[in-house]
Design a binder for this molecule. Sequence first.
Ligand code: HEC
Length: 179
Amino acid sequence: MFTLKCIAVCTPMLTNASAALAQAPQLGQPIAPADIAAWDISITPDGMGLPPGRGTAIEGEAIYVAKCQACHGEKGTKPGDALAGALVGGMGTLAPDETPIKTVGSFWPYATTLFDYVLRAMPFQESKSLTADELYAVSAYILNLNGIIGPNDVIDAHSLPKVRMPNRDGFIPFPRNPK
Ligand code: HEC
């Protein structure tokens, strides 16, 4: 009885619904690949997504001094009055009986994350303003200040994923879906 009633009531409703759909305002438009590209900037730990370009620590120093030092301190070591955290130092402090100092050098497991982070978020007040070459160079400078690469090492899409960070093995995998 209920089923028959439903057929009787629902069929006209469905017909009305498709009529309403046909009359719906045609909102939106297909997005162009170039528009997606501007948002699709993620770089994976293995370096997928890194753009063409290159830089060395020597080249990166001037960029750091001009665009980063005011907040992160000279050579990334954050003096007391710096606005943001240290990017350098703290090596060996992630150990028992030590006060952990977590910096790019002491804590971050992948060098590619440094490029990704600076690309999307820094300089703080002017994010996404650096060119790929500037990003490679300033990343190289921070890696060099941490003693991880040499001052003339060329950092690009090929070499950055190969940089081995000191705390690479300091993370315990967390199974999100334990069986
Ligand atoms: C106006 C101040 C300011 C400037 C300039 C600035 N930063 Fe930052 N930076 C910050 C702040 C604030 C944070 C912390 C943001 C947060 O935790 O959400 C930060 C965080 C970072 C981090 C992450 C540190 C961590 O251990 O979590 C990196 C790397 C970094 N900045 C690099 C740079 C680089 C490279 C430049 C220059 C191209 C730069 N910053 C310029 C304020 C600044």
